[in-house]
Design a protein around this ligand. Structure first.
Ligand code: AMP
Ligand code: MG
Length: 356
């Protein structure tokens, strides 16, 4: 299949491109598009065959449900059984935006989209291209991240091309995304809602609006032991898969930053002398301290936003090189740092060294 790439103006998306994308989606085809979080791979959420194509193009296990994207609140009513009052408050506060909520699904949403579950995940993205495309399609759009399953999520259209060129009808190229990590997922089907995946909308921001929320233990687990030796069943099925991983072995180091850099330097030296090619994930503040085959700054410690933005690109850039081992610094787990660390620990497959 020939994948058509359209470069769109994100401030004023070209109407003909949105029309073209909408038509592909209505006919059951797939279009990758930018959102404020990462690039999504869209298909008609009400069409089981389109959902199958999404799973096929990504190589995604079919029990890992898709998030349904809408462009106005009225579309939610037909997708769900009820809208709990707390969900209404969250919508007012954060939609459009990087918040996905889980509801009891209506009969209109096929099991092919929800991975067989009786619940559905819904989000309204805050991006003119995404909103314009969904409107033009005239149907809700199921969209996981537009990467091959297991690889780091795409934050540039080039990343989508690397993984999905020839497998999907169209890519809308809107340049680099703003946030860089996926939406926060909040399960609204229980009295006390639960965070199933951390993201830009933090626990504190949520609790300011609806009071206490719980956090699925898989979100903050630092080791396989904490998730029952890997047997724990996370509420978001996708959280059980190894994810976001670069091809090289990734090892993260946690502790006081000067000790962390010393420990990374020591391990880098040892690995290099054993003949390995070593990459290091550093920050603006620390990058000058290292010597290795590739030293990359992921962002500045004074702004977690820059780290979220740089994270997946850094992991993908390592895949373009021949490094065998990547050693990485970690970050505070407050606010946005919780989402950053969740992704890094999963990318490392829980290989985490505690330093002093
Ligand atoms: P991605 O599409 O790559 O952003 O991943 C979507 C995430 O949402 C995965 O971790 C899914 O398991 C999760 N998800 C989607 N629908 C549901 C649902 N109905 N219940 C729980 N988690 C869901
Ligand atoms: Mg994904």
């Amino acid at each position: 299949m020939n994948t058509v790439i359209r470069t769109v103006n994100i401030d004023a998306p070209e109407k003909e491109y949105l029309r073209e994308a909408g038509e592909i989606l209505r006919k059951g085809g797939l279009v990758a598009f930018p959102t404020e979080t990462v690039y999504g791979l869209g298909g008609n959420a009400l069409d089981e065959d389109a959902a199958k194509k999404i799973y096929g193009a990504k190589g995604r296990p079919s029990d890992n449900p898709l998030i349904v994207h809408i462009q106005e609140e009225s579309e939610l009513i037909s997708l769900v059984k009820t809208i709990p009052p707390k969900a209404k408050k969250m919508m007012e506060a954060f939609w459009p935006g990087p918040l996905t909520m889980i509801f009891e699904k209506s009969d209109k949403v096929p099991h092919g989209t929800t991975g067989g579950l009786e619940t559905v995940a819904v989000r309204m993205p805050n991006h003119p291209v995404a909103l314009g495309m969904i409107k033009s399609a005239g149907v809700p759009i199921a969209a996981p991240s537009a990467n091959t399953s297991g690889r780091p999520s795409p934050t540039l259209a080039q990343h989508v091309e690397e993984d999905l060129s020839g497998k999907i009808e169209m890519i809308l190229d809107g340049g680099a995304v703003g946030i860089g990590i996926e939406s926060t997922i909040l399960d609204m089907t229980q009295e006390t809602p639960m965070i199933l995946r951390p993201g830009y909308i933090t626990k504190g921001m949520i609790e300011n609006i609806i009071g206490k929320v719980e956090v699925d233990k898989v979100v903050v687990a630092k080791s396989v032991a904490e998730i029952d030796g890997g047997n724990y069943k996370p509420k978001a099925p996708g959280m059980k898969y190894k994810h976001y991983a670069p091809k090289a072995d990734l090892i993260m180091f946690e502790g006081q930053i000067d000790r962390v850099t010393d420990a990374i330097k020591a391990m880098a030296k040892e690995k290099i002398s054993s003949g390995y090619k070593v990459g290091i994930i550093a920050t603006e503040e620390t990058k000058a301290r290292y010597n290795a085959d590739m030293v990359v700054s992921i962002g500045t410690r004074t702004s977690e936003e820059t780290i979220a933005q740089g994270l997946y690109k850094v992991l993908r850039d390592f895949d373009e090189t021949d490094v065998d081992v990547i050693l990485g610094e970690t970050f505070y787990e407050d606010e946005l740092g919780c989402a950053i660390m969740n992704r890094l620990i999963k990318a490392a497959g829980y290989k985490l060294v505690q330093v002093g």
